[in-house]
Design a protein around this ligand. Structure first.
Ligand SMILES: *[C@@H]1O[C@H](CO)[C@@H](O)[C@H](O)[C@H]1NC(C)=O
Ligand SMILES: *[C@@H]1O[C@H](CO)[C@@H](O)[C@H](O)[C@H]1NC(C)=O
Ligand SMILES: *[C@@H]1O[C@H](CO)[C@@H](O)[C@H](O)[C@H]1NC(C)=O
Ligand SMILES: *[C@@H]1O[C@H](CO)[C@@H](O)[C@H](O)[C@H]1NC(C)=O
Ligand SMILES: *[C@@H]1O[C@H](CO)[C@@H](O)[C@H](O)[C@H]1NC(C)=O
Ligand SMILES: *[C@@H]1O[C@H](CO)[C@@H](O)[C@H](O)[C@H]1NC(C)=O
Length: 309
């Protein structure tokens, strides 16, 4: 379960209320904010009377989602079927419980006080917020949307920041870093060109067309890379795409390259500028572009060429 679904599960819990003053500067309410206790695992009481068995209860620290840890137990046993056993049972209550009157009925007690409500005594500044949900399309399919929840509404502490964020643009970065500045020159390349990517904001896909040429032209105005430098398609020069890999991806070096062209294979093509479509898809969880061919998360790229490979 991710954090949001945990939160949704928690929606039906009720918490103590209201009229709280602001917490100190730390923002976290003292003791954190707990969910109610809920029976966990076996919900059947194995005995019918006398507080002779118990059920397992757990609770969740709601405010931990917002970085505020709770103090106190996360689990406890509470006796079940607490009615006093009727004659001819051997005993009326199981140890350590004894018959007593609570709320006008005889039960086997004492039953631990249900400290189910939150221990918070003050409102954290601005309220406590859950993490953002993943981006998804809105119902009208017109925009990207993500939401978060105010965790402290039920304890009477409103949140001040937005709970919803909408964007018609794909939430991945609008541009990838242009590596023509040789910042990724860990391979010996030449003739780097940055070819502007076209982003489809509906699909969250970014594409450009990588173009190879048989020209020996090395003028930087040409937005393509040549296969071969002798006027034909040989492997004496290999077009590559350089990538700057997202720091979140475990790789030995942040600069990697791929060879979308097989210059040998296109040597018989009559077209002077064969192309290879290059595409990236936005990873909505990492909010980083992913190179579709092999799934690398990339933050920058350019087209380049390795000479005399
Ligand atoms: C609980 O008891 C009921 C009735 O005896 C039974 O139908 C049910 O399967 C039991 N549930 C579990 C989880 O043991
Ligand atoms: C909160 O609890 C987590 C998990 O037990 C722990 O890793 C973290 O350091 C705690 N944070 C604070 C501020 O105490
Ligand atoms: C973007 O992709 C969608 C879905 O495939 C398509 O309908 C739309 O025409 C594309 N937009 C552009 C500008 O290419
Ligand atoms: C094309 O490449 C081949 C192999 O490298 C070479 O022998 C030939 O001379 C080249 N053709 C031209 C026109 O340069
Ligand atoms: C190289 O490009 C020129 C000009 O577009 C074209 O006429 C020629 O056929 C191409 N050569 C090869 C080997 O594809
Ligand atoms: C790395 O991952 C974190 C957490 O998912 C994210 O906030 C951050 O934007 C990522 N950085 C990059 C460069 O993708």
């Amino acid at each position: 379960m991710n954090r949001i679904s945990v939160f949704i599960v928690l929606l039906f819990i009720s918490l103590a209320s209201a009229g709280l003053s602001a917490c100190g500067t730390s923002g976290c309410p003292t003791g954190g904010i707990w969910s109610d206790w809920t029976v966990t695992g076996n919900t059947n009481c194995s005995t019918s009377c006398g507080s002779c068995s118990s059920l397992y209860y757990t609770r969740i620290c709601i405010s931990e989602l917002a970085g505020c840890n709770c103090t106190g137990d996360t689990s406890r046993y509470i006796p079940c079927n607490t009615d006093v056993c009727a004659y001819p049972s051997q005993k009326s209550c199981c140890t350590p419980y004894v018959p007593m009157v609570i709320d006008g009925s005889y039960i086997c007690g004492p039953i631990p006080v249900d400290k189910s409500s939150s221990t918070t005594s003050c409102c954290p500044t601005g309220g406590l917020l859950s993490d953002w949900s993943l981006y998804g399309r809105n119902d009208e399919n017109t925009a990207w949307i993500r939401t978060r929840e105010c965790l402290t509404t039920d304890v009477g502490c409103a949140c001040t920041d937005n709970l919803i964020e909408t964007s018609t643009a794909c939430p991945c970065p609008t541009t990838l870093v242009d590596l023509t500045d040789t910042s990724c020159n860990t391979v010996n390349y030449a003739e780097a060109y940055y070819s502007n990517i076209v982003v489809n904001d509906t699909k969250c896909e970014a594409t450009f067309s990588m173009q190879a040429s048989n020209y020996t032209n090395s003028g930087n105005s040409e937005k393509y890379i040549y296969c071969g430098h002798d006027g034909n398609y040989t492997s004496s020069g290999t077009p590559i795409i350089l990538f700057q890999i997202s720091p979140n991806e475990t790789k030995a070096t942040t600069c990697q390259f791929d060879r979308p062209f097989d210059c040998g294979a296109i040597s018989t093509e009559s077209t002077a500028h064969p192309t290879v479509p290059i595409s990236f898809t936005c990873d909505l969880e990492a909010l980083t572009w992913q190179y579709d061919y092999n799934g690398w998360h990339v933050t920058g790229y350019n087209q380049a060429m390795i000479l005399y490979d």
